[in-house]
Design a protein around this ligand. Structure first.
Ligand code: PXL
Length: 264
């Protein structure tokens, strides 16, 4: 049987924890064939982003065209898009190739380094949000997309009013649940996790798993529940021995699986 085909439109993390690398791991863990349109590259480890470089629009469009022309895409996700030029190239292509789409509106890394030019946020809202099946901000990203503050339901309503079909505000801030709003109904998705410290790649794992579930044919609410559960488990199994900073999450580890921990 042919596995569902999932595409990550995102940036490379040389440390292997977030971005493209996290997305491919999450697609594989969900049983999907993972593909990539790499929009940029970071020089990055667990402690810092040392450099970020956006690729030219034509290289991004060429990757998208190569994948769509031959293989096809059952669902896609976007991650860190770095600049307005990148967003416009991606949005222009996807507008002509309708695809179930998860938009993870990455603004900055947990270390604080910017992964999107601040003036590009408006471009993301006007050009990419209307193409999204669902957008997956954390609380800070939700405030930026809403252009206002408020409780999570107010933010969710504003984000849908600005063009997204649905939104999941993730609860990594300690809210204890993800909030799904599809323009009509709210669904609180409890997120139970033990508070692990190896959290690098959490948001990427969540949005990639959500895209994979859509590719597998799951309804949005089920896909969001599965994304929450898989991400919580990936934090529980996070690789605390990798690097000096917060280690990467480990997606798809069977519960209780033995982990090799580096001791030197
Ligand atoms: O988690 C957001 C993210 C996405 N993409 C890249 C990143 C990060 C966070 O560090 O580095 C490349």
């Amino acid at each position: 049987m042919t596995p569902p085909r999932c595409l990550s439109i995102a940036t490379s993390d040389s440390g292997g924890g977030a971005g493209i690398q996290a997305d491919l791991k999450a697609f594989a863990a969900a049983g999907c064939h993972g593909m990539t349109a790499i929009v940029g590259v970071t020089a990055q480890n667990t402690t810092a982003i040392l450099a970020a470089y956006a690729l030219p629009a034509w290289v991004i469009t060429a990757q998208l065209k190569a994948v769509y022309d031959d293989i096809g895409v059952d669902a896609a996700k976007t991650g860190a898009l770095l600049s307005a030029e990148v967003i416009l190239a991606v949005a222009d292509f996807l507008a002509h190739h309708p695809t179930p789409l998860v938009v993870d509106p990455v603004l900055s890394a947990s270390t604080g380094a910017s992964l999107l030019d601040p003036e590009a946020v408006e471009v993301l809202i006007t050009s990419l949000l209307p193409l999204a099946t669902v957008v997956t901000p954390n609380l800070a990203e939700a405030r930026a997309l809403a252009g206002a503050d408020g409780d999570r339901r107010t933010l969710a309503e504003r984000i849908v009013a600005r063009g997204a079909h649905a939104v999941v505000i993730t609860g990594g801030d300690g809210a204890g649940s993800d909030l799904l709003f599809d323009g009509a109904e709210y669904l609180e998705i409890p997120v139970i996790w033990a508070g692990g410290t190896a959290t690098h790649g959490t948001g990427c794992t969540h949005s990639a798993t959500l895209a994979a579930q859509l590719a597998l044919g799951a309804p949005l609410a089920d896909a969001a529940r599965q994304a929450a559960a898989v991400t919580a488990a990936a934090i529980d199994h996070g690789l605390v021995g990798i690097g000096e900073g917060p280690g990467p999450v480990a997606v798809g580890q069977a519960s209780g699986a033995s982990q090799r921990v580096r001791t030197t």
